[in-house]
Design a protein around this ligand. Structure first.
Ligand SMILES: [Zn+2]
Length: 259
């Protein structure tokens, strides 16, 4: 999402801001957002944890947390916007960049550089950076009696692993999502680390082609566990199970080959 947007809007200057549904805003009123962003050039769009971050030449930053249905739509020749586009930035080339969110659970947050640093300093390491190793993950797991799934999804411990990717990585590494983190061996921790990295890398690659409906990106077709309750496990043939008992979220797993 961030990569797509970077290619489309880098170097463009914001000439107008309009907010249709202010409930997605954090850290600013519609008026303040307009005052801070109009006349500013977009320098970079990048990802940190589950945020798409837009850097402006003034140092101001917008962090968008899309959650379930948030996405960006870059309007071409007046088409592409609909009633779910809740916030609009008009660019100096005449195109409009919309933040679109059907369920409006996502957020569009304005930061100063200092506020942004304070915010991200509370996030754990990035799984796609070199310091995320099997040993590091094993150490983290050893020090907790929580179930392994909510632990790897804890943004203060490890950034950017959401519910779908946690389920997929645990399936790939044959670890039951409800298992006590302490009981994950060093070998399994290495396998789990590799699975998290491969799942995220594949998902990023497959989503790079579409700008709308990120939750339904190409990677959805490749899921082995998530959303497949009652369907046969692609590894052993047992029926994939669904539970909400681990962390209140939907957890999909194979009761036979995940231990
Ligand atoms: Zn299985």
């Amino acid at each position: 999402m961030a990569r797509d947007l970077h290619k489309r809007v880098r170097g463009r200057t914001v000439v107008d801001v309009s907010v249709g549904k202010p409930d997605v805003l954090r850290g600013a009123t519609p008026r303040k957002l307009k005052r801070v962003l109009v006349g500013r050039r977009i320098e970079r769009v990048w990802r940190r944890a589950k945020l798409a971050v837009i850097d402006f030449d003034s140092g101001a930053r917008v962090a968008v947390q899309p959650r379930f249905t948030g996405s960006f739509v870059v309007e071409r020749s007046g088409r592409g916007a609909d009633q779910y586009c809740t916030l609009h930035l008009t660019l100096d080339d005449g195109r409009r960049l919309h933040y679109r969110d059907v369920r409006r659970l996502g957020t569009f947050q304005l930061f100063t550089p200092k506020e942004f640093e304070a915010y991200v300093s509370k996030l754990g390491p990035e799984p796609l950076e070199p310091d995320f190793t099997g040993d590091w993950l094993h150490e983290l797991l050893q020090n907790s009696v929580r179930p392994v799934k909510p632990l790897i999804m804890d943004q203060h411990r490890l950034a950017g692993v959401g519910n779908i990717y946690a389920s997929e990585a645990l399936w790939r590494s044959r670890v039951d999502p409800s298992r006590s983190a302490k009981r994950v061996t060093a070998k399994e921790a290495q396998l789990l680390r590799d699975s998290i990295v491969s799942v995220l890398t594949e998902a990023i690659k497959m989503r790079g082609t579409t700008i709308r409906d990120y939750a339904e990106g190409e990677f959805a077709k490749k899921l082995d566990a998530y959303g497949r309750a009652g369907e046969p496990c692609r590894r052993c043939g047992a029926k994939i199970a669904l539970t909400h008992a681990i962390d209140g979220r939907a957890s999909y797993f194979c009761p036979k080959c995940q231990r």
